[in-house]
Design a protein. Structure first.
Length: 168
């Protein structure tokens, strides 16, 4: 899968329209590039030598490049996640289950995990997101999405990923 420049990704996201995907046949697989822009509402607690951070992420996601259905290039999603992170001298341990819902009302589910970086403005880091199923056209889909997240001012963050998926 080729990597897109930030300018191309921005143009694709701004010009994308919601696309409908055909149901998958058994045994299919593919790849897609995904961009997520969300706002967080974290609560932070200093606790026993650690900083515990938790809260929701809400925003949108878009498929910016794809090998085909069900993750169709130009498809847009509502992104809803719940983040739980612990940071200590040993590093960060972050987990975020997410639901991505398309215009048809079908959702795919993922769990993002990150053991590097932070959750501060100007920070972020690299992690991995596992696709763990879904509803409708995404039922039974599994996959893997290495990602990079960057934290922006005013509680915004942007995440890009290159995903591989399969359906038995």
């Amino acid at each position: 899968m080729r990597i897109l420049s930030a300018r191309v990704v921005a143009v694709l996201v701004l010009s994308s329209s919601v696309a409908c995907a055909a149901p998958l046949a058994a045994g299919e697989s593919g790849e897609f590039a995904f961009l997520v822009s969300v706002v967080h509402d974290y609560t932070v607690l200093e606790h026993a030598g650690q900083t515990i951070t938790g809260g929701p992420l809400e925003g949108t996601g878009a498929v910016v490049e794809s090998s085909g259905a069900p993750f169709v290039e130009g498809a847009n999603y509502r992104a809803t996640c719940l983040v739980y992170a612990k940071k200590s001298d040993a590093g960060i341990d972050l987990e975020a289950p997410c639901a991505f819902t398309d215009a048809d009302g079908d959702s795919w589910y993922a769990v993002a995990e990150r053991r590097a970086g932070d959750v501060e403005v100007g920070g972020g880091g690299q992690g991995n997101q596992r696709i763990v199923g879904g509803t409708g056209k995404y039922a039974g889909v599994a996959g893997n999405c290495p990602y990079t997240t960057g934290y922006l001012p005013d509680n915004w963050l942007v995440s890009t990923s290159a995903c591989e998926w399969r359906k038995p």
